[in-house]
Design a protein. Structure first.
Length: 177
């Protein structure tokens, strides 16, 4: 595949592929890899699942200054070990340090057609023995004031991050196996 860089900075490149297709190439990651983690637990009342998402400010999604929207637990991968980054993001953004062996990979998806990024999807069952600690974030401005919150399936379906719905559907399909 022929790849010509049209624009470059320290976060991403805009590239032309095969002399006609324009897309983004995420250079801030290793191999365009990102992670999305869908933690879940059984509720005591109804026996249904609830899911851990985050309230955080995202100017790219049109959040007014000072307001937070519901978002999923995500992060970029600086190394080739996507499971390690999924584990770290759950700890930073969700407050849980759960053994990596408990994470179930749900494959990957692409955030949009014009992106070379891969978002690796994971689900993890949070049990009563898993203790939640302060979700301190990674120190970046975007994580200031953000916090995790347990929500219903309906809130996951309504979430603005489309890859979380992909993770939810794949989790539910795995249940059928």
């Amino acid at each position: 595949m022929m790849k010509e860089v049209l624009f470059r900075n320290r976060w991403l490149n805009v590239v032309r592929l095969n002399d006609w297709y324009i897309c983004t190439d995420e250079v801030r990651t290793n191999n365009n890899d990102f992670v999305c983690v869908l933690p879940w637990r059984w509720t005591g009342n109804t026996g249904e699942r609830e899911f851990l998402l985050r309230h955080e400010h995202n100017p790219a999604h049109g959040d007014p200054e000072g307001e937070q929207g519901l978002s999923c637990i995500t992060g970029q991968c600086e190394t080739g070990d996507v499971l390690h980054h999924a584990h770290e993001e759950l700890k930073e953004e969700g407050g849980y340090s759960i053994d990596s062996n408990c994470f179930v990979e749900l494959g990957f998806c692409r955030p949009l057609k014009s992106s070379m990024a891969k978002i690796w999807l994971y689900e993890v069952h949070v049990t009563s023995i898993d203790k939640q600690h302060k979700a301190s974030g990674d120190g970046t401005m975007g994580e200031e004031g953000a916090y995790p919150v347990w929500v219903s399936r309906e809130a996951v379906v309504s979430c603005k991050d489309p890859y979380i719905q992909t993770a939810l559907i794949r989790l539910e399909e795995n249940d059928k196996l």
